[in-house]
Design a protein around this ligand. Structure first.
Ligand code: DOR
Ligand code: ZN
Length: 442
């Protein structure tokens, strides 16, 4: 393995920027030579990257992906979707349990870990799914049997679907309290898909239309709000850590802010599609804008950006959910499966906002403020802490998990050039500013 010198880049740290030269050897950071005004230590290596004007981040984390393996390999595999992640500057992902078989048993988790072990591009962690009581028993065994410690180390938490979505993983309502109690005891975070099954079913019954915009009506904002209220109440009662997945509504942001100010152990994430797309995009995108929770009106997008600015929102995570073109192109479009790919486009879209530009070619609601340190907080420091991923900072002796960003490079998002097996993106033709390249891992 050759040694590598990254010369003159700027490390983006939570405390501010730091210009430094980095020497990497055997996949480890050997030296971090901070540039001060005094004489500089000269470092030499087999290969040098001139990184003047470029930014260095730890490899980004995407804490919410659906990599589809096993069982849905026509949509994506761990290998194909890992390539997509890395091409977008993401080196660590947390994969959801709605595969086939679902990750609701030790055997299913073992099989996923076995596949992931042959994938070097990306570090894949797994959420455990619980829909029935026996899955909870499996989870308890996973956490108590010492011989299962290596498997437990790959499990980053429990995923709870409060209503149906792709994969029919809706939890049995009778065991929701027990799941929270058990996770509090085991100190595992619960990631909750917050939509209310009763409100959703009622709205679906009342709506006879089949145009795609109906999707946002039959899974209305009130449904998310009610589910979050219920989940926060149970988190309060049990002391479990609740992480609300893909927050999409204004009231949802307010509820999380309230829970935080009440001192509860509650965090949340938002997905790029809820930040950059709205119900105004249905006309152009049709079923390629269908996901759960659905797109909202632009005032909700604005509230999510404010939630990022004021720190209520802890993470941005893509909810990368590839489906094939054929699956998406059914008629009527409302019958298409829910979900959009996003692991490769998340960081470029955020970098574009940090560069002071708005990537959507048509709609511009307002100008959000985002700093490069915010991207680091949202896509590294916070998910690393919330899911106890144990990833290192950029420091001497750490594994070289690094992303180099050229903040000025302008390029265009094109589904056919992206790496996900699905071959499409809802952001087709969007101009982005900022290119992230994974360096130093090989
Ligand atoms: O849009 C979605 N797609 N939401 C989910 O909850 C699941 C996901 C998928 O797996 O396709
Ligand atoms: Zn998801």
């Amino acid at each position: 393995m050759t040694s590598l010198l990254i010369h003159g880049g700027t490390i983006v740290r939570p405390t501010g920027d730091e210009r430094a030269d980095l020497l990497i050897d055997e996949g480890t950071i050997r030296e971090v030579n901070v540039r001060t005004t005094g004489p500089r230590k000269l470092l030499a290596a087999d290969q040098t990257i001139e990184a003047n004007g470029q930014l260095l981040f730890p490899g980004f984390i995407d804490a919410h992906v659906h990599f589809r393996e096993p069982g849905m390999e026509q949509k994506g595999t761990m290998e194909s979707e890992s390539q997509s992640a890395v091409a977008g500057g993401v080196t660590v992902v947390c994969d959801m349990p709605n595969t086939n078989p679902p990750t609701v048993s030790i055997a299913a988790l073992k099989e996923k870990v076995r596949i992931a072990e042959s994938i070097f591009a990306c570090d894949i962690r797994f959420f455990f799914g619980v829909t029935q009581r026996e899955h909870l028993q499996e989870l308890q065994r996973l956490c108590s049997d010492v011989s299962l410690a290596p498997l437990r180390a790959r499990c980053c938490g429990v995923k709870l679907y409060l209503d149906h979505s792709t994969g029919n993983q809706k939890v049995d309502q009778d065991i929701v309290h027990d799941i929270f109690h058990t996770c509090a005891e085991l100190q595992l975070p619960i990631v909750a898909h917050c939509e209310d099954p009763v409100l959703n079913a009622r709205a679906a019954k009342l709506n006879a239309r089949d145009d795609i915009a109906t999707h946002s009506v039959i899974r209305a904002p009130e449904s998310e709000q009610r589910a979050i209220t219920t989940a926060v109440e149970i988190a309060k009662e049990t002391g479990a850590h609740l992480h609300v997945a893909h927050l999409s509504t204004k009231r949802g942001v307010e509820l999380i802010a309230q829970a935080k100010s009440d001192g509860l152990s509650v965090t949340c994430e938002v997905a790029p599609h809820h930040l950059f797309l709205s119900t105004e995009d249905y006309e152009e995108l049709g079923s390629f804008a269908k996901m759960n929770p659905p797109l909202r009106t632009p005032d909700h997008c604005e509230a999510l950006w404010h939630g990022i600015e004021n720190g209520t929102i802890d993470c941005v995570a893509s909810d990368h959910a590839p489906h094939t073109l054929e699956e998406k192109q059914v008629s009527p479009s409302l019958k298409a499966p829910s979900g959009v790919p996003g692991v490769e486009t998340m960081i470029p879209l955020l970098l574009t906002v940090a560069a002071g530009r708005w990537p959507h070619p048509q709609h511009r609601a307002f100008a959000p403020k985002l700093l490069y340190t915010d991207i680091r907080r949202l896509c590294f420091d916070n998910p690393n802490r919330i899911f106890s991923l144990g990833l290192n900072m950029i420091e001497q002796g750490s594994p070289a998990n690094l992303v180099l960003v050229n903040p000025e490079e302008e390029w265009e998002l094109q589904g056919s050039h992206l790496h996900s097996k699905c071959g499409w993106t809802p952001y087709e033709g969007w101009k982005v500013t900022g290119k992230a390249t994974v360096v130093g891992r090989w």
